[in-house]
Design a protein around this ligand. Structure first.
Ligand code: IMP
Length: 200
């Protein structure tokens, strides 16, 4: 019998795949917005990952009978003063593809030398229920933006996000390797611990 339900407030298949792996075995029936088109779309208008993550989670928790987990994540590049930041998904325009976003990023960085290409991925995940905030969890990972995309795994900016300790881009990692070190993996492992401890 399924006792607990958890809605992942996203339709991004890359994110759903990664999050389901991390939350496996907790006894939740995990669903995503792909199964609930009638819930509509939350407009991200916040200036921070925290604001967007909370806003999104609260929005869907008024419609869903169970826990809601929303996350907002993105890339911050030092040489671009933190851009694309909360606009990561629509950096090259409202309906931009991953390739278009990457092209814009590489164009803006074309005169920046390798030693000044520091960047980080940030993720803030927020749990809510019945329109009430439960808790937010944050994770980040530092790396560098390389000039030529490498690798075919993952999504978004993964092919240009180089992680020096493993000498690979995120798109060259398996899903499991990425989850072990990624911003999302770090935020969601905190969330998982919280659920294991406080959500019986
Ligand atoms: P969100 O759906 O508003 O949170 O948009 C997040 C965007 O940030 C994604 O569409 C990607 O462009 C980027 N992003 C977030 N996490 C990752 C990741 O793990 N790898 C690559 N790009 C990411």
């Amino acid at each position: 019998m399924i006792k607990k339900r958890l809605l992942l407030a996203t339709t991004n298949r890359g994110k759903v795949r990664e999050i389901k792996k991390i939350l496996r075995g907790l006894g939740f029936k995990i669903e995503s917005l792909a199964e609930y088109p009638e819930f509509g779309t939350f407009k991200e208008r916040g200036k921070t990952f925290e604001e967007n993550s909370r806003g999104k989670s609260l929005f869907y928790s008024q419609k869903y009978p169970g826990l809601v987990l929303a996350e907002d994540s993105g890339l911050e590049v030092e040489a671009l003063c933190g851009k694309p930041g909360v606009r990561s998904a629509r950096f090259a325009g409202p309906k931009a593809t991953d390739n278009q976003n990457i092209s814009k990023l590489l164009r803006l960085l074309r005169y920046i030398p390798p030693e000044k290409r520091q960047a980080r991925f940030v993720c803030v995940a927020t749990l809510t229920q019945n329109g009430r905030l439960i808790k937010s969890f944050k994770g980040q990972v530092r790396g560098k933006i390389i000039a030529t995309p490498l690798g075919r795994n993952g999504f978004g900016y993964d092919p240009v996000f180089y992680y020096p300790p493993l000498r690979k881009t995120f798109a060259q990692l398996t899903a499991e390797e990425k989850n072990n070190i990624s911003h999302r993996g770090r935020a969601l492992r905190k969330l998982r611990k919280f659920l294991e401890k406080s959500w019986k």
